[in-house]
Design a protein around this ligand. Structure first.
Ligand SMILES: O=C(O)c1ccccc1NCC(=O)[C@H](O)[C@H](O)COP(=O)(O)O
Length: 214
């Protein structure tokens, strides 16, 4: 089975079309104003209409119920990715607002972080392992930082998506090191924060789909 791919931070039509044409499985829309890739719900819904057979992922940071209600009404995402301090119980609540489930982002710098992700088993549908943001950062993801991807190898408490510093050049090795069956990137397919590169999007999807989990 080929590795599944999420291209995150979709904010323009050309990039959505490039990701879909390359065979991306999920398109991420970041609903967080401090992100350089942040989009309004209305814009996310407009772009999501172009997704073809790909699935939409709404990326949210500690959303309250009012925001979740709007997300459901305007975007109706397939998946909600929670990228804040959400507890396992909160993940369970949020499942009501997505068609296919909830992913919990878990920041990783050491083995203990990976072990702690097990607490989401039975509460989230998958965890997304990501790098820890730099100290004092004003957003929790999208920094283009990697870590030792082999730390997550063998994690089997629930399905996982590998993220953090992945690029067209390193994704094949990262898949082999981590055993990931799904990967995600944002910075790795940009020219600069917030500006996607359609050539890098295609290269990333193709490289990931060639990857073999080790
Ligand atoms: O990318 C952002 O700006 C962002 C802001 C707030 C919450 C999440 C965000 N990104 C979420 C993602 O899933 C990224 O793809 C993930 O953090 C990996 O980023 P990168 O290392 O830059 O590929």
């Amino acid at each position: 089975m080929s590795v599944l791919v999420k291209i995150c931070g979709m904010s323009d039509e050309a990039s959505v079309r490039a990701a879909v044409a390359a065979g991306a499985d999920w398109l991420g829309f970041i609903i967080f104003p401090k992100s350089p890739r942040g989009v309004s719900l209305a814009e996310a819904a407009r772009l999501s209409a172009l997704k073809g057979s790909a699935k939409s992922v709404a990326v949210l940071v500690d959303p309250d119920d009012a925001l979740l209600g709007q997300v459901l009404r305007v975007l109706a995402p397939d998946i909600i990715q929670l990228h804040g301090q959400e507890s396992p119980e909160r993940c369970l609540d949020v499942r009501n607002y997505a068609r296919e489930g909830v992913w919990k982002a878990v920041p990783v710098s050491g083995a203990a972080d990976v072990a702690r992700a097990s607490r989401y088993a039975g509460f989230a549908d998958a965890v997304l392992f990501d790098a820890k943001p730099p100290a004092g950062a004003d957003r929790p993801g999208g920094w283009g930082e990697g870590y030792d991807y082999s730390l997550v190898k063998g994690f089997d408490a629930l399905p996982f998506i590998l993220a953090g510093g992945l690029t067209p050049d390193n994704v094949t090795d990262a898949i082999a090191a981590s055993g990931a069956m799904a990967v995600d990137t944002v910075s790795g397919v940009e020219q600069e924060p917030g500006t996607k590169d359609t050539g890098k999007i295609a290269a990333f999807v193709h490289a990931a789909k060639r990857g073999v989990a080790g």
